[in-house]
Ligand binder design. Structure first.
Ligand code: FAD
Length: 380
């Protein structure tokens, strides 16, 4: 099958490697000019690590990531609990994504600086149009192009009613140093605010990721940073060294995002299938995005193997198998964040409903065990 994958993120690169291994004629395009590097912290779980091993990328994981730290959860200076996130690892997102895309590029043609702008269905194939004016025909297009997926907009999105947005804003700031000079991490809670303070694996630097519940409207970093600094200051002497760095961070060095989940009712239309965040973004706060993207890639590859001439059937089974995990991860992530930042009884009850939904729908991930470690045959 001739397959175009749009997006060289973790999901797209993982799928490219697996599908090429199965003998498909695969190529990948990405709108950015070159593989990523650097970036904010990405947390990924044991299943994501296992999947990276299954595609033979264990060296990438070992080199670029470190085991996740012991996390102290604080309300003010009071320790509520400590968590050991066993099996979780931390990496710089850009470094990891860049390395995985370069790994996949060893066997799959990968074109950076090539943006998909249009899709046209034909009787039994699909045509991709690119920003440079060129077009090409494929048997299947896989949209692995992230939260704001162009493929989704072009093929499935009638409106944005299935985007789940709860009004929470996240502020990402990197600060120098370590908690007590160790690998420790902290989660801070207070009315309407929550922060995660996690160490980078490659140098003495911490990510301070603060979530705000300030109601409607967009609040910019000049308003948010002093509040984030205040939250850190309230947590006592161990976090005091970071307070001024957060308060005085330059807006150019700060990223402000909104909590967003994709809860799309369909993940495919004709010869187009969505993968990773494009299909089911859980939100970066989840630590489950790499898991969902890679397991989804493995399931889709397996289902296409089962019925190579029935893309629609394969895509339907792929969604049925992955969605229970996605559903519980989305409810859990939204519920925990909304509970931690709730203002008033109404918001607390809504968060509890989400958490209850997560508890009721929780499923073990359906992870295909197949390995893809021998080099796939390079396509001409
Ligand atoms: C800042 C940030 C931090 C995150 N932190 C975490 C974390 O801590 N833990 C975690 O599990 N997950 C995290 N995530 C999410 C995680 O990175 C993703 O869930 C996971 O990597 C799967 O992503 P993906 O491959 O589906 O999409 P992405 O990584 O978003 O990749 C999509 C790719 O598609 C390309 N693209 C988009 N449009 C087009 C187009 N029209 N034509 C061609 N190419 C296009 C983009 O350039 C991009 O490279 C984070 C995401 C972000 C943005």
């Amino acid at each position: 099958m001739k397959i175009l994958i749009v997006g060289a993120g973790i999901a797209g690169s993982g799928a490219a490697h697996m599908l090429a291994h199965d003998g498909h004629d695969v190529r990948v395009v990405d709108a950015v000019d070159a593989p990523y590097s650097g970036g904010y912290l990405l947390q990924f779980d044991r299943t994501a690590v296992q999947m990276m091993h299954q595609i033979g990328a264990q060296d990438v994981v070992d080199e670029l990531s470190a085991p996740s730290s012991k996390v102290t959860v604080l309300r003010g200076e009071k320790v509520l609990t400590t968590l050991q996130l066993d099996g979780y690892r931390l990496a710089r997102r850009g470094d990891l994504v860049g390395a995985i895309s370069r790994y996949a590029a060893e066997t799959v043609p990968m074109h950076f600086g090539r943006k998909l702008t249009g899709i046209e269905h034909t009787l039994d194939s699909v045509t991709a149009h690119f920003a440079d004016g060129s077009s090409e025909n494929f048997d299947l297009i896989i949209g692995a192009d992230g939260l704001n997926s162009t493929v989704r907009k072009l093929t499935l999105e009638v409106d944005r009613s299935y985007m789940y947005e709860n009004g929470r804003q996240n502020v990402w700031v990197d600060v120098p140093g370590r908690i007590d000079g160790t690998e420790k991490a902290a989660i801070l809670l207070s009315g309407g605010l929550a922060a995660q303070v996690f160490p980078y694996p490659d140098r003495d630097e911490m990510l301070v990721l603060t979530s705000f519940n300030l109601g409607p409207g967009r609040h910019d970093s000049s308003e948010l940073l002093p509040r984030a600094a205040q939250l850190l200051a309230g947590a006592g002497p161990t976090l005091a060294p970071f307070v001024e760095h957060v308060r005085n961070a330059s807006p150019d060095d700060v990223r402000v995002t909104r909590f967003a989940q994709v809860r799309a009712p369909r993940w495919h239309a004709r010869n187009v299938v969505l993968l990773g965040d494009a299909a089911h973004c859980i939100d970066p706060l989840s630590g489950a995005g790499a898991h969902g993207g890679l397991v989804g890639a493995a399931i889709l590859t397996q289902e296409l193997r089962r019925s190579p001439h029935d893309i629609s059937g394969a895509a339907t089974r792929y969604r049925a198998r992955l969605r229970p995990f996605v559903r519980s991860a989305q409810l859990l992530t939204a519920g925990l964040l909304e509970r931690a930042t709730a203002r008033g009884i109404g918001q607390r009850l809504a968060a509890d409903r989400s958490l209850l939904g997560a508890a009721l729908s929780v499923r073990r991930a359906d992870v295909p065990r197949r390995t893809y470690t021998s080099r796939p045959r390079p396509q001409g």
